[in-house]
Ligand binder design. Structure first.
Ligand code: PXL
Length: 280
């Protein structure tokens, strides 16, 4: 049976992040996708003054309409929200569709580079904590891991002990398999560390740390990992493949800040991803 993913995050028209990163990756991997857009933005927020349209009411109307349809999902992904006021609509989607074996994956999009995004207030943080507590998999970056645990952000590098401590603390607090992105145990390398529900020790996968900052890397990583997980790969292998996928995508990415804002050129690498996934 074809797998079906519900993807709840914004539609930013320019900049290849959120839905514009998640849907093509999942689709290329043979997964049917249904978006529930949280907001429409003319660009992502690293451009000046994007036009924003909050879609909270449209989320509610969409869920009203869907209630009459026999929709079932294998995976629900929650990412960037327009604010804490959307949490009731998101919870409604979780209540309706997190059942019958559907996996709930929460990427608590709250910050990066050691700082919370301007829109992330206490209500959104506590809402994301509540969603993480219902999740099967959580995917915070290093900044979001610190926010979720209410611990200070540590610039790193990450010692293996510190990573293990943080992964265990997250898994214990939220009861979910946990992947932390953007970890760096050695200078010049970056990747992700994962701790599934049944794992004693974390698995870390690193690749060369290329200079630059691109929007949407977390969204591409999450989609590749989720696709591989739905294909039946164990979480640690899915996580490793997602790190490798991102590295392949970034080999040809522009490093200049103005160009990098348009996102990661992942489209030519989708064939590579599918081939790697099918060869497992
Ligand atoms: O990729 C995360 C993300 C999603 N959506 C919007 C963003 C960002 C990161 O900045 O601005 C609108």
């Amino acid at each position: 049976m074809q797998k079906h993913a519900l993807v709840i995050q914004d539609l930013s028209c320019v900049g290849r992040c959120s839905l514009l990163a998640a849907l093509p990756v999942l689709n290329a991997c043979g997964i049917r996708t249904t978006p529930l857009p949280t907001a429409l933005l003319s660009t992502h927020t690293a451009f000046d003054a994007p036009h924003r349209l909050d879609l909270t009411q449209d989320m509610e109307r969409t869920l009203d309409h869907w209630a009459g349809l026999p929709l079932r999902f294998d995976l629900i992904h929650i990412g960037y929200l327009a604010g804490a006021h959307q949490l009731p609509a998101v919870q409604r989607a979780v209540d309706a569709y997190h059942r019958d074996g559907a996996l709930l994956c929460v990427d608590p999009a709250m910050g990066d580079w050691g700082r919370a995004y301007a829109y992330c207030d206490d209500a959104l943080l506590s809402g994301f904590r509540s969603l993480c507590a219902q999740a099967d998999l959580i995917l915070p970056n290093r900044t979001e891991a610190a926010l979720l645990l209410d611990t200070p952000y540590d610039k790193g590098p990450d010692s293996p002990d510190k990573l293990l401590h943080q992964l265990r603390a997250l898994r214990e607090r939220f009861g979910a398999a946990t992947v932390i992105t953007g970890v760096s145990e050695q200078d010049g390398f970056i990747g992700a560390a994962c701790l599934a529900r049944d794992m004693q020790a974390p698995r870390v996968r690193l690749g060369p740390h290329l200079k630059g900052a691109w929007p949407g890397t977390g969204d591409l990583f999450a989609a590749a990992l989720e696709a591989a997980w739905l294909h039946g790969l164990p979480l640690e292998d899915a996580c490793g493949l997602a790190v490798d996928f991102l590295h392949q995508c970034l080999l040809d990415a522009p490093q200049d800040h103005k160009e990098a804002r348009y996102g990661v050129p992942f489209e030519p690498v989708l064939g590579w991803l599918l081939q790697r996934m099918n060869s497992r």
